[in-house]
Design a protein around this ligand. Structure first.
Ligand SMILES: NC(=O)c1ccc[n+]([C@@H]2O[C@H](COP(=O)([O-])OP(=O)(O)OC[C@H]3O[C@@H](n4cnc5c(N)ncnc54)[C@H](OP(=O)(O)O)[C@@H]3O)[C@@H](O)[C@H]2O)c1
Length: 257
């Protein structure tokens, strides 16, 4: 008997990294999954794997969280059996570029703001009413230590994660009378596709981010997301801040030679 049997979990950005690891961890505990991301073929492979391994139900579809109309359409047209969403994991997000504001790429800024802030808002806007109606639910947002500390060249990415942190608090306030739990997860360095995306596929630069340390993995974060989601119903984990042991802050990392 899993801890989340018959629960339904909606994960954005489930095609890779932390979102994918969450899909596996939650399925291991018996949860049925709604998986979304832009790369449908990755979602399909993951869905098949999860269904055959854990025997849970999986409903997956392509969704770019930046598209408010599509977000609305996909959520409002969920089949009835999938409308009872117990846990929303707002995970889809990215960093793009690494430069001073005066050299910044406006398209990169828009990609981060539109995905990390506006995308999270759109998805939450349409799922929250379903939770409020049932007076039950848990919203788990992927923030970052970049939402607590700005680091050099991180400007706009950090600003989006400060926004996620604020929105986690705001959603908690706005839903207080409706028995909704809200958790902000704030990791430091996690080795996923994150740095490859940030540096536009420059593998060497991406690898250097994790050089000389043992970074966190998507599975490490999924383990904590699962922890937050499996507390007794009167217990709300407000935030989990987690770094690799070799990371003290956004700017201080001890690297072995
Ligand atoms: N890795 C880290 O060091 C770290 C640290 C702190 C916080 N985080 C946060 O953790 C979350 C997950 O990142 P990750 O490390 O797992 O990175 P990742 O491996 O690059 O995964 C990001 C996921 O987000 C999805 N995504 C990106 N843009 C999207 C969009 N417009 N619509 C829908 N899905 C979208 C991607 O799927 P598609 O490309 O298929 O759409 C992918 O599944 C992000 O919010 C990130 O900011 C990461």
């Amino acid at each position: 008997m899993g801890k989340l049997n018959n629960k339904t979990v909606f994960i954005t950005g489930a095609s890779a990294g932390i979102g994918k690891a969450c899909a596996v961890s939650f399925a291991e505990e018996g949860a049925n999954l709604i998986l979304s991301a832009r790369r449908k073929e990755k979602l399909d492979a993951l869905s098949e794997n999860i269904k055959s391994k854990y025997g849970v139900k999986v409903y997956s579809f392509e969704l770019d969280v930046r598209n408010s109309e599509k977000v609305k359409e996909k959520i409002l047209s969920l089949p009835d059996e999938w409308k009872q969403i117990d846990i929303l994991i707002n995970n889809a997000g990215l960093a793009k570029g690494f430069s001073k504001i005066n050299d910044g790429d406006i398209e990169d800024w828009e990609a981060m703001i539109d995905t990390n802030i506006k995308g999270l808002l759109y998805v939450t806007r349409y799922i929250l009413p379903l939770m409020i109606e049932r007076k039950e639910g848990h919203v788990i947002n992927l923030g970052s230590i970049a939402g607590h500390q700005v680091y050099p060249y991180g400007n706009v990415y950090c600003a989006t994660k400060f926004a996620v942190n604020s929105l986690s608090e705001a959603i908690r306030m706005d839903t207080l009378e409706n028995n909704i739990r809200v958790t902000n997860i704030a990791p430091g360095l996690v080795k996923t596709e994150f740095s490859e995306v940030r540096f536009n596929g420059d593998n060497e630069r991406a690898e250097n981010v994790y050089k000389g340390i043992e970074p966190l993995t998507g599975e490490d974060i999924a383990d904590l997301v699962l922890f937050a989601a499996t507390r007794k119903s009167h217990v709300n984990i407000n935030e989990i801040v987690v770094t690799p042991t070799a990371q003290a802050s956004a700017t201080q990392v001890f690297r072995k030679e």
